[in-house]
Design a protein around this ligand. Structure first.
Ligand SMILES: [Zn+2]
Length: 334
């Protein structure tokens, strides 16, 4: 029922013009295994940023950063797996192949294209209505990174060359330890109730992040707060700094592994003050948040998934027809 509570910040139907209705979501992302946020083989270092530790604690620390792209790409892929399963990805007009990410040939018609946007294609672009920002680790990166020296494998994929000699080449590999917390803010603009269910379902159902081909990178996402308003929530950096101050005030040991319950409590006490901030109208209570998550789970369950996704897919039908007509007209006039 709590989705009704958000009604004034949701769009009744999909429409092309933004109206400033904003849902803000506070997400805790916790690594459950060793994780590497980088494209394999590129040698790019683990992403970290020097920032102020807290709002009151002004010394600077290096924090790990989970970039926007590292969050959204796996979550979109997750949703698209289900769309593909129910044959709800369309053929891209330009390439004549099924809609796919990162190929410059989006179909411009599927749920993913309408909600997360696309840039390429003939008729211009669709702006994404799911905004994310870089997420920061709560603790300094020095606590959170492990280093492992491994023997480099030969091209055969084994540790021995053709003559049977063992590999002596060493390389080191950095990874993020299990149990590392990132705090994150997601913003959903002018989404419908079903689009909200779709986007949050993707977030809750995605469990693998980082280097795709590796078997590491297990992560759990938890939603700690949902807000409605006419503007964005404070940034994820402000959140992580507020939480850092709070943990110090409560004498929580700032070392890895950090106590998750203490972290959740600190986060909740920081975000509970946000309804006083400009542009933020309401926050779901913890019972309402539980009810929202139950509602999302139900819509994604095996029994209801197909009905849910087909209903969402059909909601874009009037806009697909407008697009097709304008394409035809455009051609006639030439
Ligand atoms: Zn598409």
């Amino acid at each position: 029922m709590s989705i009704e509570k958000l009604q004034s910040f949701l769009a009744p139907n999909y429409e092309n013009f933004p109206k400033g209705r904003t849902i803000g979501v506070v997400v805790l992302r916790t690594t459950q295994s060793e994780t590497i946020f980088r494209t394999e083989g590129t040698g790019e270092p683990m992403c970290r940023e020097s920032v102020q530790a807290g709002v009151q604690n002004t010394e600077s620390i290096l924090r790990l950063v989970m970039t926007k792209r590292k969050q959204v790409a796996p979550e979109r892929r997750r949703g698209r797996e289900f769309l593909r399963n129910h044959e709800l990805l369309y053929t891209a007009p330009k390439s004549d192949s099924p809609c796919s990410l990162n190929t410059n040939a989006p179909c411009e018609m599927c749920v993913d294209c309408f909600l997360y946007g696309f840039a390429a294609g003939g008729e211009g672009a669709q702006k994404s209505r799911i905004w994310t920002e870089d997420a920061f680790s709560v603790l300094p990166s020095t606590e959170l990174i492990g280093d492992r020296t491994i023997n480099a494998v030969f091209e055969t994929g084994t540790m021995r060359d053709e003559k049977g000699n063992a590999s002596t080449a060493l390389k080191t590999s950095e990874y993020i330890k299990p149990g590392v917390h990132f705090l994150d803010i997601a913003t959903l603009k002018d989404v419908t109730a079903d689009e909200l269910r779709y986007a949050l379902g993707n977030l809750l159902l995605t469990t693998r992040y980082g280097a795709v081909s590796s078997r590491v990178g297990r992560m759990e996402n938890q939603i700690l707060g949902v807000f409605g308003g006419i503007s964005e929530l404070p940034s994820s950096l402000e959140l992580v700094q507020g939480v850092y101050d709070r943990l110090i005030a409560e004498n929580v040991a700032l070392e890895h592994p950090l106590n998750t319950n203490a972290l959740i409590e600190a986060t909740q006490s920081v975000i509970n003050t946000w309804t006083n901030k400009r542009g933020i109208s309401m926050q779901l209570s913890s019972e309402e948040l539980d009810a929202l998550i139950e509602d999302i789970d139900r819509h994604w369950s095996l029994d209801e998934q197909e009905t849910f996704l087909k209903r969402l897919d059909e909601s874009y039908q009037p806009y697909r027809q407008i697009k097709q007509q304008s394409t035809k007209k455009g051609r006639k006039n030439k």
